[in-house]
Each structure stands twice: as C-alpha cells, then as structure tokens.
Design a protein. Structure first.
Length: 323
C-alpha cells in the first residue's frame, strides 16, 4: 500500500469523477516543510505560528517572524500558505506573557481575544506577515473568531499596518487572502454573514467539536462526547461550506477531522474545497479521494445529515457506502 501511495506524491488530488481538491498540510515550524514536500502536499493549510512564540525566550521580534514566514513562503515555491495568527491561551502558555489564572481557559482569554486586547504584539506579527507576503502566496487567517466585530477589527489593523508599510516604501503583496477559522459554533451558525466579508473559511474541528458538544477535548471522561460524526457537527460544517459557496468563497478544514478516513467521504460529499492535515496523512487521503465519486458522496452526506440520528449510525452508513 505504501508503494501505491508513494506513486501519488507528484499527482494532483482528483476524485473519480474529475474534481480537483486541494490537499494541504498543517505545519508548526519552517522545518516541517521537508515532510510536506516528501508527502506531496499541494499547499500549507495551517501554519500554527504560536510555536514561534512558545520556542522563544521573549516575544519574537518582527525580524525573527519575518524570516520564518519568508522561509515558509519561499519554500512552498508559489503554492499557497495559510498562516494563522498566534493562538496562545487555552492550553498553550508563554512564560513571558503572564495571564491571570482562569476557571475556564478554553473559554477565556486566548488567541484573537489577546491579539485585539494587546494590539502591539498583534501588529508586530501582522507587519512581519505583510513584509513576507511578496515571497509567495500568503493567506492570513485569524483564529477563534466569534463575532463579525472581531473580524472587522483584526482586518482593519491589518489594513492599517499595510498602509503604513506602503507609505514607508516597503513592498507588500496585493493579493493576500484574509480568512477566519470556524471553530466557535456562533461563527458557524452565522457563516452566511461572515462569508460576505472574508475570503475563505477554514474549519477547526478540534475546537468546533469541543465547543459544540461542550466536551473538553483533553478530558478523557467526556471523550465519548467528542463526536466528529454527530449529525449536529455535520450540519454545522454543511452550513459553513454552503454559505461560503453562495458568496463565491471557499472552505477548508484544518482540524484532525480533515485527515480522518471515515470523515473524508462525507466531507467530499459536503463540497469541502481544501483539506489540511498532518503531512503523513496526505498520500493515503489522496489515494482514497481518487476512488470517490462526488455525486455519490453528496448522496451519502445528505443521508448522514438527514436520516441518521447518531454518530454511530453515520459511521455504519459510511462504512456500508465505501466498502
Ligand atoms: C482546531 O481547533 O481544529 C485547530 C486546527 O486548531 P488547534 O488544534 O491548534 O486549536
Ligand atoms: Mg483551534
């Protein structure tokens, strides 16, 4: 099987009926590009920049960030790179950023919430990204967006930093896509409104599932509630994809579910445009997608969403379809 997968390394990802799907990789540092290349990644769908902060004794400087972003953009040789702005908080701490102790860190001060409240740190990251943008195809993504106001505020800061750089004579790309992660149910529910203002969505199922099911993604005692195939999750995903397509935008997924071989047929059926996963899952997913017919998978997804009552029923249905 490994040998069969290896042959797919330099092929695009095309379903049995000829639809191209973008198979991308999640990375944490520029070093991870080696794995993206050796596994035939068509793009980087999630660059988790918080590692840049976590691996540093103090806030990484604009220059250090610029070098890292440039390295990734150049390394991908014109292929798209989705860079997520820093997602600190929740379970990810920084020794040099003391945050007050919270009862519920996953529901607390994290990610875009910190960035909007402490804009100096955020603006430094945005400047580094904008300066790096001329070295490849950059897509900027904001994590943990719950409201339109948050997106508008973050985008405005980005535009202000861009204007400043341009007035300083610095080259900045004019075709940077700006999108958001969909990982909070509130945003998934009003995806139609967001779709008018963003360039793309990327669904973060790791958090979207925990927040939808109210089940901590790290807590084993409630892990039985962590159900990617629950019809409630599938309906949220469908709502997001449909909303984006209505506005001519695209939707990707960068949570673990994107590389889950049981979920892939359903997600293809729902019309997901881009799948981003750990590099080691890319080739087996490409091999699976080559065997899927999008119309048949659309029928399957429709049944899962409308006829199945439970996650177990969905799993049984998918297994029967893909045998
Ligand atoms: C997610 O929530 O699905 C995601 C991709 O982000 P992280 O796992 O870094 O929270
Ligand atoms: Mg997340």
């Amino acid at each position: 099987q490994k040998a069969e997968w290896d042959k797919l390394k330099d092929e695009p990802t095309i379903t049995a009926d000829g639809k191209h799907i973008e198979l991308a990789a999640n990375i944490g540092t520029p070093k991870d590009l080696v794995g993206v290349k050796s596994n035939g990644g068509e793009a980087v769908g999630l660059y988790r920049t918080e590692f840049l902060y976590m691996d540093s004794p103090d806030f990484p400087t604009e220059e250090a960030q610029f070098e890292a972003y440039k390295e990734v953009l150049e390394g991908m040789e014109g292929k798209a790179v989705v860079v997520r702005t820093m997602d600190i908080g929740g379970d990810k701490e920084l020794p040099y950023l003391t945050l007050p102790h919270e009862m519920n860190p996953f529901l607390g001060y994290r990610a875009i919430r910190i960035c909007l409240a402490q804009p100096d740190m955020f603006r430094t990251q945005l400047r580094a990204l904008l300066r790096a943008s001329v070295f490849g195809q950059l897509r900027i993504m904001f994590p943990m967006i719950a409201t339109l106001q948050e997106f508008r505020q973050a985008k405005e800061m980005l535009m202000e930093e861009k204007a400043k750089l341009v007035s300083e004579g610095v080259d900045v790309s004019n075709d940077i896509e700006v999108g958001i992660m969909i990982e909070i149910p509130a945003a998934a529910i009003i995806a139609d409104k967001f779709a008018k203002e963003v360039d793309f969505f990327s669904i973060g199922t790791n958090d979207l599932i925990q927040y939808t099911m109210a089940a901590d993604r790290m807590n084993e005692r409630v892990s039985y509630l962590y159900q990617p195939y629950n019809p409630s999750i599938l309906r949220l995903i469908k709502n997001v994809i449909d909303a984006s397509h209505k506005e001519g935008k695209w939707t990707g997924m960068c949570g673990e579910m994107a590389g889950d071989q049981t979920a892939v047929p359903l997600l293809v059926g729902l019309g997901l445009d881009e799948f981003s996963m750990s590099a080691s899952s890319i080739l087996k997913t490409r091999s699976l997608m080559k065997r899927l017919d999008t119309k048949q998978m659309a029928e399957l997804a429709d049944k899962a969403i409308n006829d199945c009552d439970t996650a177990d029923e969905v799993i049984t249905l998918v297994e029967a379809y893909t045998k």
